[in-house]
Design a protein around this ligand. Structure first.
Ligand SMILES: [Fe+2]
Length: 233
């Protein structure tokens, strides 16, 4: 059992036996498992077997805080990406776009790939435990687990944010695939995208309003106005 309390600010654990997020203090929403069939849609090689799918918990809150989330039209989610590979690629999420969002790494290390193809802007953020990353609205994005450890991330998102998967589905994934090469990650262009700009590798930078260290959940509860940007693109 891995205690996620300190980083998340919530009484939750990662149970490695059941491969689930568990809690004795809060009633968690029903887990949503991305099916293997869906994940394969965004892999370079779609013949992969023995995939360990990732899991999502959408709309987590302490009972006492539910009014604040409702009033500000925001949802707090957790995603668990198990360690492991998807064939020759590192485990990753599907990828999508919507209004602005903020993510936080609760456990493990994450690579966030974000892209705006029209603006020829493709960035890869290396985000470590406790760090946060803002995703601009309408940027497609996914997260890759580049390690042999489980990855747990949280996000705050507008409850009315419409999620668009079509662009990613039609292109068989994001613009770059994270292949395993000599035990490291190597990014290879997705051939369905034409004339791609180079991938820029960056570290996350936050505006002054959001604290780097304090859990997102607590920051939202103590000052929800700071997160009004989530309602915009
Ligand atoms: Fe997202």
């Amino acid at each position: 059992m891995i205690d996620l309390g300190l980083r998340s600010g919530l009484p939750i654990n990662l149970d490695l036996n059941s491969m689930k997020i568990v809690s004795t203090g809060i009633k968690l929403p029903r887990v949503k498992v991305k099916t293997i069939k869906k994940i394969k849609e965004v892999l370079f090689n779609q013949d992969v077997k023995d995939l360990n799918p990732y899991k999502m918990y959408k709309g987590i809150n302490l009972t006492k805080d539910s009014k604040i989330f409702k009033k500000h039209n925001v949802r707090y989610d957790i995603t668990f990406v198990p360690a492991g590979k998807f064939g020759k690629e590192y485990a990753k999420t599907y990828g999508h776009s919507h209004l602005s969002e903020i993510y936080e790494v609760i456990k493990g290390e994450a690579l966030f790939l974000i892209q705006n193809i029209n603006d020829r802007d493709i960035r890869l953020y290396d985000v470590r435990e406790g760090e946060k990353l803002v995703i601009p609205g309408n940027y497609e994005h996914n997260v890759i687990n580049p390690s042999d450890e489980p990855l747990v991330i949280s996000n705050l998102i507008s409850a009315q944010s419409k999620i668009n998967y079509n662009f990613i589905k039609n292109n068989q994934g994001m613009s770059y695939y994270g292949f395993i090469y000599k035990n490291k990650i190597k990014f290879i262009q997705n051939p369905n995208y034409k004339l791609l700009p180079k991938l820029r590798r960056l570290r996350p930078k936050l505006g002054t309003k959001i604290s780097k260290k304090k859990p997102l959940y607590q920051q939202f509860i103590s000052n929800p106005e700071k997160f009004s940007f989530l309602q915009k693109a």
